[in-house]
Design a protein around this ligand. Structure first.
Ligand SMILES: Cc1ncc(COP(=O)(O)O)c(C=O)c1O
Length: 412
C-alpha cells in the first residue's frame, strides 16, 4: 500500500503574495514586456538593464520555483532543452565526461550524443536503476551525472541519495530532471542532488500554453554562471511565457494531486486489461521499485505511465486513432490526457540499439493522464481498445516496424 512520508500540501497559492510579487497591491503579478529599462545614473545602479539578462516577470517565476524547493531563485530559460544546454555549458568543458541515465528524454540524448560530443564532451549512458552500474561508469574526468527519475518513458526510478553519494566521491555534480514529478512529488535537492532541472512546459505551466525551462540549485556560484551563460547565449524565458507559467503554478499542487490519483487508478485498470501486456508505473504496489517510490516521492507518483499492448506496435496503430478524449501528441503534464509513441516521436533520434537497451520498444506507449474524470479516461481507453483485432491470440502475426525510417516521420 502506498504510504507517503508527508501529506499533500498546497503552498503555492500562499507563495503568490502581492508583497512578494513586485507590485504593491495587485493579486496577480504584473506582466512586464519591456525589452529595456531606463537608467537614472551613470554608471547604472544594480537592477534590470535589458530583458535578455533579467526581467521582473521572470524574476517572480524564479522566486517561486526556488521557494518550492527551499532554494534561492531559480534560473529560467526559454525551454527545458535550453536549460539543459546552459547547464552543460556552465559546468563542463572539452575533455569532461557525463554519466547519463539510459532512459531519458530523447532530446537530451540528442543534445549529448549529437551536439556536445562535437565539442569534446564524452557521455556514457547507463542503467540508472543499478547503483553499482552508475558507480562503475564514473571516470576520472566525470564532472556531471544527469538523471531522470522517473525516467522518460520507462518510468524506472533511480535512488537519488545513493547516486548523490557517488557524485560527491567523484567530485561531480548530480543533476536530476524532475519534470515528471515536480517539487510537489519529489524534491531532488533534499535527497542530495546538486541541481533540479525542469521543463516547465509540462506540469508546472500545465495548460500547454507556454514553453519554458528552469534550473534550481542552492549553489550560488553555479546560479551566477547559469545567469551569465543565459545572457551570453540569449536563452532567457520570455516575460509572457513566464507570466503564464507563474499563473499555472497556482493550481499545480491540485493538478498534480489529481494527475497522480488518476494515473494510479488507470494503471490498476490497465494492469487487468486483457489487451495490455505490462504497465510501467512505480505507484503500483507490485512494481519492482515501489518501495523506493514510497521513500523518494512525497505525495503521489505523478501523472505519467507507460504500457505496451499484447499486440505490440500493430495494436497501438489500431488503438490510437480511435481515442476521442485522449490525444496523440508529443507532450506530458497538461490538463488533458495525452498519448505519445516514444519510439517514433519523443525518442526518434535515439540510436536504435540504445532505444531497445533502454526498454523503449516499438510497442511502448507513454500516457500522460489528465485531470478529467477517471471514468471518462477509462471509457475512452476501453472504446479505442475495442478496435484492436484479437491481439492476444495472434502474437505470431504481429507486424513490428523493421527500421527507424519506417517508424520516424517527425520528431521534436
Ligand atoms: C523529461 C523532460 N525533460 C526535458 C524536456 C525538454 O523540455 P522542452 O520541451 O521544454 O524543451 C522534455 C520534453 O519533453 C522532457 O520530457
Amino acid at each position: 500500500m502506498t504510504n507517503f512520508r508527508s501529506p499533500r500540501y498546497s503552498q503555492s497559492i500562499a507563495l503568490s503574495s502581492p508583497e512578494q510579487n513586485g507590485s504593491r497591491d495587485s493579486l496577480v503579478a504584473p506582466l512586464v514586456q519591456s525589452t529595456t529599462y531606463v537608467q537614472q545614473t551613470l554608471p547604472a545602479e544594480p537592477g534590470h538593464t535589458y530583458s535578455r539578462c533579467s526581467n521582473p516577470t521572470v524574476d517572480e517565476l524564479e522566486r517561486v520555483l526556488g521557494e518550492l524547493e527551499g532554494a534561492p531563485p531559480a534560473v529560467c530559460f526559454s525551454t527545458g532543452i535550453a536549460a539543459e544546454t546552459a547547464l552543460i555549458l556552465a559546468t563542463l568543458q572539452a575533455g569532461d565526461h557525463v554519466v547519463a541515465g539510459a532512459a531519458i528524454y530523447g532530446g537530451t540524448v540528442r543534445l549529448l550524443n549529437d551536439l556536445f560530443s562535437n565539442f569534446g564532451i564524452e557521455v556514457s549512458f547507463v542503467d540508472a536503476t543499478d547503483v553499482d552500474a552508475v558507480r562503475q561508469s564514473v571516470q576520472e574526468n566525470t564532472r556531471l551525472i544527469f538523471l531522470e527519475t522517473p525516467a522518460n518513458p520507462t518510468l524506472e526510478l533511480t535512488d537519488i541519495s545513493a547516486i548523490a553519494e557517488i557524485a560527491r566521491h567523484a567530485d561531480a555534480l548530480l543533476a536530476v530532471d524532475n519534470t515528471f514529478l515536480t517539487a510537489i512529488n519529489q524534491k531532488p535537492l533534499e535527497l542530495g542532488a546538486d541541481i533540479s532541472v525542469y521543463s516547465t512546459t509540462k506540469h508546472i505551466e500545465g495548460h500547454s500554453a507556454a514553453l519554458g525551462g528552469a534550473i534550481v540549485t542552492r549553489d550560488e556560484a553555479l546560479l551566477e554562471k547559469l545567469r551569465w551563460t543565459r545572457k551570453t547565449t540569449g536563452t532567457i524565458q520570455t516575460p509572457f511565457n513566464a507570466w503564464l507559467t507563474r499563473q499555472g503554478i497556482k493550481t499545480m499542487p491540485l493538478r498534480v494531486a489529481q494527475h497522480s490519483q488518476n494515473a494510479l487508478e488507470l494503471a490498476r485498470f490497465l494492469q487487468k486489461h486483457p489487451a495490455v501486456k505490462y504497465v510501467n508505473y512505480p505507484g503500483l504496489e507490485d512494481h519492482s521499485q515501489h518501495e523506493l517510490a514510497c521513500r523518494q516521492h512525497l505525495s503521489g507518483h505523478g501523472g505519467v505511465l507507460s504500457f505496451e499492448f499484447v499486440g505490440g506496435y500493430e495494436a497501438a496503430q489500431q488503438f490510437l486513432p480511435h481515442l476521442k478524449l485522449g490525444r496523440l501528441c508529443e507532450h506530458v503534464g497538461t490538463v488533458e490526457t495525452l498519448y505519445t509513441h516514444p519510439a517514433s516521436m519523443t525518442h526518434c533520434d535515439v540510436p536504435h540499439d540504445q532505444l531497445i537497451e533502454a526498454g523503449i520498444t516499438p510497442g511502448l506507449i507513454r500516457l500522460s493522464v489528465g485531470i478529467e474524470e477517471i471514468e471518462a479516461i477509462i471509457a475512452d481507453f476501453e472504446n479505442a481498445a475495442d478496435a484492436i483485432e484479437n491481439s492476444e491470440n495472434e502474437n505470431n502475426k504481429i507486424k513490428q516496424p523493421e527500421s527507424k525510417a519506417e517508424l520516424c516521420t517527425a520528431t521534436s
